[in-house]
Design a protein around this ligand. Structure first.
Ligand SMILES: Cc1cc2nc3c(=O)[nH]c(=O)nc-3n(C[C@H](O)[C@H](O)[C@H](O)COP(=O)(O)O)c2cc1C
Length: 480
């Protein structure tokens, strides 16, 4: 039975032993440090209560998806799938996508409490300062920002960070290539502020859909429809009190208001520890969110999803967003891909290929060049390489690549505003940053596949024989 909201998700995760509660915690860095340490140790999701300065019951939950079981449970998949099985299963799910639109209901728990006009005060909700160099407290790190295209009525959900400025203003950072930004621009062109609803605690499936963490949702696809499809039942929404936008009926807290144009108002935002593991953005003037109304549930639970250095596992413990790339490569006629994963989040992509013909690797490289993906480095290896062991991947590069002829460059790929290599002046002007993407062919040459020097390693049969005779774990840490 799919869970309906964050509270049911917490119950489900509790049943599989994947949540730990902390009480009497400080929102100034302590919640952030505990979150980072749990993610680093592949630990549980964390629920914080009795947060210093806030009423008991006003909670924050973090480290939602850096654990395979809870990520798979969120996606309604069997929780014991391994990385490759999960990726293959998810490829099927996203290729069969059929929109399941939300259904509007008359009321929902999100409307239990409201604030309007002079009552509005977002500082009543816990907003942690997540990392030591952060320039403020962030109420929105795992939020849904809901906007409506004024021309087509299309509802778009994205996740963009929100920093607290004062009781009714937040700073919102939306990269200019986002759908959310394109929609806001349409209002600004008409001389209007862009109406917006921001939901701060939701069924985590909605966050996975809105944040692009599991699939790239194309323009004109509403993330509610995608979440409803994965769930197998439509998301229930109510009309926001102020905007009339569909907001999740079981959301924990919803802020409604608008975003004025950059010409009308900008305020310094950041620095904020970002998803590539740096403070690349620094403190720059950014858009503001003017909050004019708030709806919230009894004892609300806010999702905290601060970016962490990607070596702790990226935005999710499994790189399921690669399912889209793999599907697109197959649609381009590329066969033989056996496995795919990222190393250290978005930093590098590794693809294991079973070479079937002369020129197979080159066809894959050409197809990668034609598709946009954000990895600065892609390494293609043979399918005997263990992608889960970065040493094996480096060994393949060190012994099977000819860097001079086997490295391919794709020049002028447009990059992310948070890329630490982006020159500061380009970032300040919100210009386009173009970088070079490279692909290393670390496969044995096809024509030498059968006489390439064999690898000197014991195979499974001998390993089993030794294990049967001497016992497993003979030399593992702690063994004698
Ligand atoms: C937890 C999380 C935080 C994010 N923060 C931001 C952000 O602050 N600004 C931004 O532009 N994108 C951010 N993203 C990425 C966008 O949410 C993502 O690319 C989304 O698909 C954009 O949707 P849109 O293109 O439909 O607007 C974040 C993603 C996640 C998962």
């Amino acid at each position: 039975m799919p869970f309906a909201d964050l509270r049911e998700w917490l119950e489900k995760v509790d049943r599989i032993g994947e949540i730990r509660t902390f009480e009497d915690v400080d929102p100034e860095l302590e919640i952030g440090a505990l979150t980072e340490l749990s993610a680093e140790a592949k630990g549980p999701a964390l629920l914080f209560d009795k947060i210093k300065g806030f009423p008991p019951g006003f909670r924050v939950v973090s480290n939602l998806f850096r654990g395979n079981k809870r990520l798979l449970a969120t996606l309604e998949m069997p929780i014991d799938l391994n990385r490759r099985q999960a990726l293959r299963r998810w490829m099927e799910v996203i290729s069969n996508f059929k929109p399941v639109p939300p259904v509007e209901v008359k009321s929902g728990p999100v409307l239990q409490h409201t604030m309007t006009g002079g009552e509005v005060d977002i500082s009543v909700f816990p907003a942690p300062r997540w990392h030591e160099l952060d320039g403020g407290n962030y109420i929105g790190t795992g939020d849904l920002v809901i906007v409506r295209d004024p021309d087509t009525g299309w509802i778009n959900l994205g996740s963009y960070r929100i920093m607290n400025h004062d009781r009714n203003t937040g700073g919102i950072f939306i990269q200019t290539m986002r759908h959310g930004y394109a929609i806001a621009k349409k209002y600004w062109k008409k001389g209007q502020a862009c109406p917006v609803a921001v939901s701060l605690g939701n069924d985590p499936m909605l966050l996975l859909a809105a944040g692009d963490t599991v699939a790239r949702t194309a323009e004109k696809i509403c993330e509610y429809d995608f979440a409803g499809y994965v769930r197998g039942q439509p998301v229930e929404v109510v009309a926001g009190k102020l905007t009339g936008f569909p907001i999740p009926a079981t959301a924990e807290v919803v802020l409604e208001g608008d975003i004025p144009s950059p010409e009308e108002e900008l305020r310094p935002e950041g620095p904020f520890g970002e998803y590539l593991g740096y403070y690349a953005h620094g403190r720059l003037p950014e858009l503001v969110l003017r909050v004019k109304g708030v709806s919230y549930r009894d004892n609300p639970i806010l999702i905290g999803k601060p970016p962490l250095k990607p070596t702790f596992g990226g935005r999710t413990s499994l790189p399921l967003s690669l399912a889209n790339l793999w599907n697109r490569l197959e649609r381009k006629g590329i066969t033989g891909i056996q496995d795919m994963r990222t190393i250290s989040g978005a930093s590098a992509l590794v693809i294991a290929l079973h070479q079937e013909k002369e020129g197979h690797v080159e066809s894959l490289i050409q197809a990668l060049g034609e598709l946009q993906n954000i990895h600065r480095l892609t390494v293609i290896v043979d399918d005997d390489i263990n992608l889960d062991d970065p040493r094996d991947v480096i060994w393949a590069i060190g012994t099977r690549s000819e860097i001079k002829t086997g490295t391919h460059f794709f020049i002028g790929v447009s990059g992310d505003q948070l890329d630490p290599m982006m020159p500061p002046d380009v970032r300040e002007e919100k210009g386009i940053f173009e970088f070079t993407r490279s692909v290393i062919n670390a496969c044995r040459p096809y024509r030498r596949l059968h006489d390439f020097p064999p690898v000197c390693v014991f195979g499974d049969a001998w390993r089993k024989k030794i294990n049967d005779k001497w016992g497993t774990g003979l030399f593992s840490p702690g063994g004698s």
